[in-house]
Design a protein around this ligand. Structure first.
Ligand code: PEP
Ligand code: MN
Length: 276
């Protein structure tokens, strides 16, 4: 791609078959198809464990749950903080799934490092260079979400901040970009999946929950992401969506997550992706 800057050395592919494999628990990003699922935010021990059991049953490989929530309004639920990290970690252990959670403050990395398996850097922090540099100083996998108005070049430059500090374990996540469209919460840019595969060796997954913000669109866009070659999906699931404290409108019921996961498996078989 001509407009990609030349100094993206570490995030660029060295040859056609160059692809990074990032191991988390007993799954490998870039090799296995990964489904991350769970609530937008950790709300209680009971609901987190129940959700963990359900998503595991239906095929999730990794449990998600936000404890430090980057809410647009300071008056909205901000997450349970470190208490939420502990609840998530415990739920993950009980169902034997690795866990992922978002960190907002570079000083929290050290505090959570033994409790979570992947550190998420959210869209709003994609260009928080202090956070990126701290994330580069550890070896724990980092899920780097695309900034809501970031170009591919800017996104890979952010990955480069982490890689150049010495952490090779970066997973990219497309979560939609902001456009003039208002029907959807964001415009899910699925063209970045093959584009990233063309220029970078880093695994890329797709988050159609934040990418569309609409329940009815999550399953079709998950299938479209599979067709585009995504290495995985991140889906928000809640045991009782109408009661969710965060992103209730885009939270799938467990049954709907089950249907989505089944269709994803069938579609991957149909395409014979990685001998699915
Ligand atoms: C999230 O995944 O919980 C989240 C806040 O997503 P994003 O950073 O993509 O808005
Ligand atoms: Mn959310």
């Amino acid at each position: 791609m001509n407009n990609i800057s030349n100094n993206l050395n570490l995030s660029r592919k060295k040859n056609k078959n160059h692809k990074s494999i990032i191991k988390v628990g007993n799954v490998n990003f870039g090799k296995d198809f990964i489904i991350i699922a769970g609530p937008c935010s950790v709300e209680s021990q009971e609901s987190t464990l129940k959700t963990a059991q359900e998503v595991k049953k239906y095929g999730a490989n990794i449990l998600r749950g936000g404890a430090f929530k980057p809410r647009s309004s300071p008056y909205d639920f901000q997450g349970l903080g470190f208490e939420g990290i502990k609840i998530l970690s415990q739920a993950g252990k009980e169902v034997n799934l690795p866990v992922i959670s978002e960190i907002l403050d570079p000083r929290d990395i050290e505090k959570v490092i033994d409790f979570i398996d992947i550190i998420q850097i959210g869209s709003r922090n994609m260009q928080n260079y202090s956070l990126l540099k701290e994330a580069g100083k550890i070896k724990k996998p980092i899920l780097l979400k695309r900034g809501m108005s970031a170009t591919i070049n800017e996104w890979l430059n952010s990955a480069e901040y982490i890689l150049s500090e010495g952490n090779p374990n970066v997973i990219l996540c497309e979560r939609g970009v902001r456009t003039f469209e208002t029907y959807t919460r964001n415009t899910l840019d699925l063209s970045v999946v093959p584009a990233i595969h063309e220029i970078s060796h880093l695994p890329i997954i797709v988050d159609p929950s934040h990418g569309t913000g609409r329940l009815s669109l999550i399953e079709p866009m998950s299938l479209a992401a599979v067709a585009a070659g995504t290495d995985g999906l991140m889906i928000e699931v809640h045991i009782n969506p109408s009661q969710a404290l965060c992103d209730a409108k885009q939270a799938l019921k467990c049954d709907d997550f089950s249907s989505l996961a089944n269709k994803v498996i069938k579609l991957r078989k149909y395409f014979d992706i990685n001998n699915a």
